[in-house]
Design a protein around this ligand. Structure first.
Ligand SMILES: *[C@@H]1O[C@H](CO)[C@@H](O)[C@H](O)[C@H]1NC(C)=O
Ligand SMILES: *[C@@H]1O[C@H](CO)[C@@H](O)[C@H](O)[C@H]1NC(C)=O
Ligand SMILES: *[C@@H]1O[C@H](CO)[C@@H](O)[C@H](O)[C@H]1NC(C)=O
Length: 722
């Protein structure tokens, strides 16, 4: 066959026009691409990490029981593991094995639970005194605690105690416990049939099946603060009296020294109060993130004002049946305390509205206050607090709005942890947050408060650590910049989210806005600030703006490098030797595998796998997408052009078998004269109809995630949700 390329001027014009418009089409596509705002995106295996799998064949339901400057204690199936926080090597001599008795295990299976359920999942470990541990486990759906004492470097069982109200029956339940002065304050579910949620400290507890106190709660965290113990949880809202049900986030508190009420109230709290947490985008109809998933510890720092404040960060999400929206809200402890000093909420009768309780009718002394001896409180006060445990006002978020919002079809936020007040080379301090997702990612975020009383969180990196479908359940900060312990149900990883070395140029390094990274002028490298020795070096960093202009006018004077040594706990300012901080994880190494996966009998060994660091930046992704689209358009155009030549009525080959077929088809369709009548602009049509080819890497395709500005741009999402 012979083709002659005859192009008339009209056709040339069409081609030219479509080429002239191409960049504009691309531009508008580019502008529409939602701002994912993750500066670095890492796929599975691109993050250097060491993994610990414990028991490789059965579910472990891992949870972090305790952490100190050297070790991290994990609770798993029938076992307590003691791992080094530096290299995740197990201190096997400290491993504690506790199996359910044969009787308990059989009874559990008789009650219809599976073999995996009928194991002893260790949920609580606290040190009551030096050398004395309290350990609690689900014990085949019959919670049990044990005292272990240290004898010749080995733990010995001293006694067994009932674990009901302290530890959950079901390893999947979200319980929380905190210890102060040898007492355990716990929030859990205290019965086999899962109908009795409780906040408990022997012997005081919340009311049994009183929906106004606890209504199908999911406990998230607990912590001592001042005279109180605070509990964070989500529960079905009693005050929501419209149709259907809704879940709200709560903070509750009890007094540490609550001794219970007089007489028959001896085993009931006299100080249990709770309030709603408000995490919403302001507007005429605020958009709420109502379901708290996790909180950080209480953190002290300066947030937009000169005064030091104590705040707590939380991840809150939309309900699981709604569009996946996640937010990070911070709460000032002062605001929480203030709300507990405000009005109580009450409902006159079953169907009336919830209203603020008239101040003048509140009995004296003020219900819910911490008093020296609660056993001598008037009964009216004890009764009042029992029936009015909900506060009128919701705790407002710091700055009145979330510090970060993400809408994603792929994930929701789960766990959060904070590396507080990381010092920069310019003597500013920023909180670095790590947030897990329910699809196995960890986001590294920096919170940048502004002087105008708001905050802007910047996502530095988004890192896939577990395959899709594996939620991140817990996160803990490990010593060393960017190092975090990431817990999923069956696997725990010590990961390194220090991306400094991935930036090759000063601008890229500064643009990361990572307080952990700075551009070292002498070395011409993006370095981790904690890896720089105390030598005076010229370092360039701009966390608040990420402005690369500083790179053009390097500091003339050598700046003193902050010598912030990692201190995990506030009371222990232990100096960590430098070679420990910049350990093997930071170096590249050829021995990829350090894995003992030998299963010898019941002894299961941990497994450490080393992975290499490869980084794709959002910029690379965009270039790839744009190039791929361009290529697709070009191919489409050429194909379209060739086709249009083929179907042109003046074609030199009217009898081509190809066209005959079409004729035939059209006749079958009942159109005897049918023929695909060519139109002049066919080439253009075809071009427009070609879909852009997908970008090559699926893991990098994050375009479904919208990062919505807190001012107004939420409207679209809001409408869909409401
Ligand atoms: C864990 O191991 C460390 C270091 O070997 C030891 O000091 C610590 O007491 C152990 N902790 C527990 C709870 O066994
Ligand atoms: C525990 O919390 C997780 C995450 O918030 C949730 O998916 C899970 O359903 C909760 N467990 C139970 C038993 O409610
Ligand atoms: C929550 O906060 C928003 C914005 O600050 C406010 O508009 C809204 O009324 C608050 N909601 C409640 C229930 O207090």
């Amino acid at each position: 066959m012979l083709y002659t390329w005859k192009l008339n001027p009209k056709r040339w014009r069409q081609i030219l026009i479509s080429y002239l418009f191409l960049p504009h089409i691309l531009d508008s596509c580019y502008a529409w691409l939602p701002d994912t705002s993750s500066k670095v995106i890492n796929a599975l295996g691109q993050i250097s990490s060491i993994k610990f799998t414990g028991n490789a064949t059965h579910p472990d339901h891992f949870t972090v029981l305790n952490q100190d400057s050297n070790s991290i204690i994990l609770g798993g199936r029938n076992t307590v593991y003691n791992l080094s926080v530096y290299d995740f090597a197990e201190h096997k001599e400290w491993r504690l094995t506790w199996l359910s008795s044969e009787a308990h295990s059989q009874l559990c299976q008789l009650k219809g639970k599976s073999e995996d359920d009928c194991q002893n999942y260790i949920r609580i470990l606290v040190s009551l005194a030096p050398g004395l541990l309290l350990v609690c486990g689900t014990n085949s759906y019959k919670p049990l605690c044990r005292h272990y004492t240290l004898l010749n470097g080995r733990y010995k069982v001293e006694k067994e105690l009932d674990g009901i109200g302290v530890c959950s029956y079901n390893p999947e339940h979200n319980n929380t416990a905190v210890q102060t002065n040898g007492q355990i304050f716990a929030a859990t579910i205290a019965d086999f049939s899962e109908r009795d949620p409780v906040i408990y400290r022997e012997p005081q507890r919340t009311e049994l099946s009183d929906l106004k106190q606890l209504n199908a709660p999911n406990f998230v965290s607990s912590m001592p603060y001042g005279d109180y113990i605070f509990f964070f949880f989500r529960e079905t809202a009693v005050e929501y009296i419209n149709c259907g049900k809704i879940i709200y986030s709560r903070v509750a508190r009890v007094c540490r020294d609550d001794k219970g009420g007089p007489h028959q109230f001896g085993d009931r709290w006299t100080s249990f109060l709770k309030a709603r947490l408000n995490c919403s985008l302001p507007g005429e109809y605020p958009f709420y993130f109502d379901e708290i998933q996790s909180t950080s510890e209480i953190i002290e720092g300066k947030y937009g004002s000169d005064l030091s404040q104590q705040i707590i960060y939380g991840t809150l999400t939309t309900p699981s049946n709604a569009i996946g929206g996640s937010a990070i809200c911070a709460y000032n402890m002062k605001d929480i305390i203030r709300v507990f000093e405000g009005s109580f909420k009450y409902q006159e009768s079953m169907n009336s509205n919830w209203l603020p309780f008239p101040k003048e009718k509140v009995p004296e002394p003020r219900p819910g206050q911490c008093v020296r001896d609660s056993r001598i409180l008037p009964e009216s006060v004890v009764n009042f607090v029992k029936t009015h445990s909900l506060m009128e006002e919701a705790v407002p978020a710091l700055f009145g709005q979330p510090i970060l919002v993400r809408v994603s079809l792929q994930y929701r936020f789960t766990a959060i942890t904070v590396d507080p007040q990381v010092l920069t080379t310019t003597d500013e301090k920023f909180d670095v947050l790590y947030v897990g997702t329910d699809d196995g990612r960890v986001l590294k975020i920096v919170n940048i408060p502004t002087n105008e009383g708001s905050a802007k969180a910047v996502v530095i990196s988004e890192n896939r650590l577990f395959p899709n479908g594996t939620p991140v359940k817990e996160l803990k900060i490990a010593p060393g910049y960017g190092r975090v312990v990431v817990v999923s149900r069956d696997e725990v990883k010590l990961a390194n989210f220090n991306h400094c070395s991935a930036a090759e140029h000063c601008q890229d390094c500064v643009a990361l806005q990572d307080p952990h990274c700075a551009w070292d002028v002498r070395q011409s490298a993006c370095v981790s600030v904690d890896a720089v020795s105390t030598l005076k070096r010229a370092l360039i960093q701009d966390v608040s703006r990420g402005d690369g202009k500083k790179c053009w006018s390097p500091p003339t004077e050598n700046k003193k490098v902050p010598t912030k040594v990692y201190d995990k706990s506030n009371d222990e300012n232990e100096v960590i030797p430098e070679e420990k901080v910049t350990d093997s994880l930071l170096k590249t190494s050829d021995d990829d595998l350090e894995c003992e996966d030998g299963l010898t009998g019941n002894r299961i060994t941990g497994c450490a796998v080393r992975q290499h660091l490869v980084i794709y930046t959002a910029k690379t992704l965009h270039i790839v997408v744009v190039c791929a689209s361009l290529a697709a358009l070009l191919i489409g155009f050429i194909a379209g052009y060739l086709f249009s030549r083929r179907f042109h009525p003046q074609s030199h080959y009217p009898d081509a078998p190809f066209i005959e077929q079409h004729n035939h088809l059209d006749r079958l369709n009942g159109n005897p004269n049918g023929f695909l009548t060519p139109r002049a602009n066919k080439a253009v049509n075809l071009v427009v109809n070609v879909p852009p080819s997908p970008p090559p890497k699926k893991d990098n395709l994050e375009t479904k995630d919208l990062n919505i500005a807190s001012d107004g741009t939420l409207q679209k999402i809001k409408k869909t949700y409401i």
